[in-house]
Design a protein. Sequence first.
Length: 115
Amino acid sequence: MTARSAALFLFLAVLLTACGAPQAPPAGGVQTVRVAYAGGQVTGDTGTVPVTLGSQVHLEIGSDTAEEAHLHGYDKAVQVPAGGTATIDFTADVPGEFELELHHSGEPLATLQVR
């Protein structure tokens, strides 16, 4: 393996480890979920995100266009400025699966699975 190949392998290993699914927080902790929408692509904690029932959740939502982010089931919404971020904080006290989406475009960002 060349030095360049080894460096590329190490970079990819670190990247994949850092981009893994978020873990549920320890008891009494706050779980942060970060998602962003830019150029038609969703990045960050996408897909199904496990959330511990009763935990505090901090959502950080970014977008390259002005949008309203909406968390279904909890009826939480926030205006996200173009090129900026917005947050939603709540207690995950209702079990189930809840979609986080950009309301006007209908673009799904993540699904919170509260158990």
